[in-house]
Design a binder for this molecule. Structure first.
Ligand code: UTP
Length: 292
């Protein structure tokens, strides 16, 4: 079985839920304490054994490219000021992985964005980390997904149970239990943004999928789906109906950074861990809670 070394991060969406800021700053560059959201995705992939990462961007998102690059002038200025640890940290970020960028020239949906990754992926299975979904977990979720792929040899979708209201915004999966498995089920159908009554179960695909290259022919033949966009769920639905895919209820806490409250929650969680902010933030939260 081929080792999985490639990941794709679609990050070319319009980010309308994060307006007005997303008009000028890519939402993937909004900070969680002192690191941009996209850093956490790359870190998760790298910790899972991924070496090559393609980020799908658009013309307004060059800041991501700068973040994973090195600026010699900036580094020299830091070194001159004796800030050697900071300069080293920037180097570590630039060296994390081979990070590639490709622009999706028209915002035609997540399925269309993934279709752009065809020549990067070639003939290999690959991971997709949705650019909005940050997941904090003990074992990186990409690693959890790879483990399932290595056991069953078929595409894997990361899922979580969600509320009826969330189901109508995400997707719903038809799954069968597997003997001896707690968190892994076999998925034979799915629907994007089901209307009430159309749902199969309360399980939705959230943030991570592991796909095989057959998906590209399916994407090429897609018709526009929900919202007039080319939906990745529609491509995965065909895979689920024809050969089946595995669904992993992953371990980890997911934050939707495409939403204002998701960004704030992720900042509180990471702010309570960061040595420079945790004590101050704890004190502040204790005080503010008294007023709620
Ligand atoms: P979303 O629909 O959640 O993101 O797409 P969005 O369109 O940026 O957000 P809103 O709804 O307008 O606030 C899920 C993921 O797919 C990417 C997004 O960047 C996000 O990571 N995406 C979506 C693309 O890369 N290209 C697209 O055409 C659409």
């Amino acid at each position: 079985m081929k080792k999985i070394t490639k990941a794709v991060i679609p990050a070319a969406g319009l980010g309308t839920r994060m307006l007005p800021i997303s008009h000028a700053v890519p939402k993937e560059m909004l900070p969680i304490v002192d690191l941009p959201a996209v850093y956490y995705l790359v870190e998760e992939a790298v910790k899972s054994g991924i070496t090559d990462i393609l980020i799908i961007t658009n013309r307004d998102k060059d800041a991501m490219e700068s973040f994973f690059d090195l600026s010699i002038e900036y580094e020299n200025a830091l070194t001159a000021k004796g800030k050697l640890a900071e300069a080293k940290r920037l180097h570590e970020i630039a060296d994390m992985a081979n990070v590639f960028f490709l622009r999706q020239k028209e915002t035609k949906g997540l399925g269309h964005a993934i279709g752009r990754a065809c020549s990067f992926v070639g003939d290999e299975p690959f991971l997709v980390l949705y650019g909005d979904d940050i997941i904090f977990s003990k074992t990186p979720v990409c690693r959890q997904m790879i483990d399932v792929y290595e056991k069953y040899g078929k595409p894997v979708v990361g899922v979580k149970p969600v509320t009826p209201e969330q189901l109508t915004k995400y997707s719903s999966l038809k799954v069968d239990a597997l003997p001896g498995e707690d968190r892994v089920t076999f998925c034979t159908d799915m629907i994007e943004k089901p209307k009430p009554g159309e749902e199969f179960s309360n399980l939705s695909v959230l943030g991570r999928v592991l796909l095989t290259p057959e998906v590209f022919d399916i994407i090429d033949a897609l018709e526009p789906g929900a919202g007039g966009e080319y939906q990745l769920t529609d491509a995965m639905k065909k895979m689920a109906r024809e050969g089946g895919v595995y669904a992993l209820e992953f371990e980890g806490d997911r934050y939707d950074l495409g939403s204002k409250s998701g960004l704030l929650k992720a900042n509180i969680v990471k702010g309570l861990e960061h040595p420079e902010t945790r004590d101050d933030l704890k004190e502040f939260l204790r005080e503010i809670i008294k007023t709620l």
